[in-house]
Write a protein that binds this ligand. Structure first.
Ligand code: APR
Ligand code: PHB
Length: 392
């Protein structure tokens, strides 16, 4: 079956779904094709920190009602090291900007509902997706759905299919440069049915490794432990996880960590990755398809949303006046932000993790950096303005 749309979008993560909705609001048609089933994408537990700019955009788009009701606005965070906590007053340091805690899968669920409410095409469980003729004026997306083969002809293809997707690989060899950095650690993340032991996120540096206390709601805590990249969740029974969390978060003041049933447990590797440029022919890559950041800065989703905001504006300009200047600028504009965020995420990661084999000199440097951020307003502001998100 042969079909036609204006913009073909591969992937229904935050990037693909936000793009589809932004285009709809500008009167541009799109079709979204997604490999997984709906339930899977709506339940996949991932990060949950939304920058102010992401919240503002979702609200302007008309998909912010549940976010406004259920999202938890945070005006500060804690850095904990040497057995003491230090508050970084995010809002005071950034002219009132804040972050909102709201699980990525909820953002995805709200966007899917909005897409279905307008009756626009969003196909789950598509198979064998292939993009072609990307350097022509009618690029295509071929896929199988419900047992039938389809071919979708588009004006443009948006590759929003994440790091393991197929669109990036459709670009001929030699066009894209990949820049990568591996970290010698991973995060073991848990979701626990227990009221958070803190009102604000705690990023903790300890001799035994990094730990993070985050949350999802007044009843649900989200916690992370730095582990080795080749570690296995099987080696982390619940008791061992709690014991390690207690040790790393312990303070001189006797802070207590509440325990509860662990309902989700997974190890995620950490990497930094960027492709340059983020565009070839009529294919535009966005979100994790184009870049990955380590989770320490909580930026993955926000960066994906920032990309598609630029792309939606550029496509709208093209459809309105045939002007392709913004499309030509897409990659350059996105990459400026991508590299700022890469640096911030790398910096947070380096400042907070235990590096196996680091000598005493390097450990003292790390401590000096933490102390500077917590004692100097300029130092704290650098963290704060990056954490809440630097406006365009
Ligand atoms: N065809 C169709 N869909 C695909 C294909 C394919 N071949 N391959 C992958 N997908 C889908 C995935 O199933 C997923 O739902 O593309 C979607 C990509 O979504 P994300 O991985 O969430 O990526 P993105 O939308 O860029 O959002 C980035 O996700 O990984 C987190 O921390 C990251 O928060 C960041 C956000
Ligand atoms: C989360 O809540 O899942 C979370 C919070 C902060 C991070 C990463 C993840 O830096």
């Amino acid at each position: 079956m042969s079909e036609r749309t204006q913009v073909g979008i591969v992937g229904a993560g935050p990037a693909g779904l936000v793009l589809a909705h932004l285009l709809h609001l500008r009167g541009i048609e799109s079709v979204v094709v997604e490999l997984r089933e709906r339930d899977y994408v709506e339940k996949r537990v991932r990060a949950g920190v939304l920058e102010q700019g992401t919240v503002d955009l979702l609200t302007e788009m008309g998909v912010g009602d549940r976010l406004a009701r259920e999202g938890l606005v945070h005006e500060g965070l804690e850095l904990r090291f040497g057995g003491r906590g230090h508050r970084i007053a995010l809002s005071e340091l950034t002219g009132g900007r804040a972050i909102t805690i709201y699980g990525q899968q909820h953002v995805v669920r709200d966007l899917i509902e909005a897409r279905q409410a307008i009756g626009a095409p969003l196909l789950f469980e598509v198979e064998d997706v292939r993009v072609g003729e990307l350097d022509s004026e009618r690029p295509s997306i071929a896929y199988r759905h419900g047992g039938e083969r389809h071919e979708l002809r588009c004006d443009f293809v948006a590759g929003c299919d994440g790091f393991h997707g197929v669109t990036r690989g459709a670009v001929p060899d030699g066009v894209l440069t990949q820049l990568e950095h591996e970290y010698p650690f991973a995060w073991l993340g848990i979701l626990a049915e227990v009221p958070p032991s803190t009102d604000e996120l705690i990023y903790c540096n300890h001799d035994r490794g990094f730990a993070l206390h985050s949350l999802r709601s007044p009843e649900l805590s989200r916690l992370y432990l730095q582990v080795d990249p080749d570690d296995d969740v099987e080696r982390w029974p619940d008791e061992r996880i709690w014991e390690e969390l207690h040790t790393r978060f312990a303070t001189d003041g006797g802070w207590t960590l509440n325990e509860g049933p662990i309902v989700e447990k997974a190890i995620t590797p950490m990497r930094s990755f960027v492709v340059e440029p983020m565009q070839w022919g009529r294919l535009y890559l966005a979100g994790d398809a184009a870049h990955i950041v380590p989770p320490t800065g909580a930026k993955g989703l926000n960066l994906a949303v920032a990309d598609v905001r630029v792309l939606a504006d550029a496509l709208a300009a093209w459809y309105e006046s045939g002007d392709d200047a913004q499309l030509r600028d897409y990659s350059q504009r996105c990459l400026r932000r991508v590299w700022r965020v890469q640096h911030f995420s790398w910096w947070m990661t380096s400042m907070l993790h235990r590096v196996a084999g680091a000598d005493s000199f390097e450990q003292r440097l790390q401590r000096a950096q933490l102390e500077y951020v917590c004692s100097s307003e300029a130092g704290a502001r650098t963290l704060a303005e990056n954490y809440v998100g630097i406006p365009d």
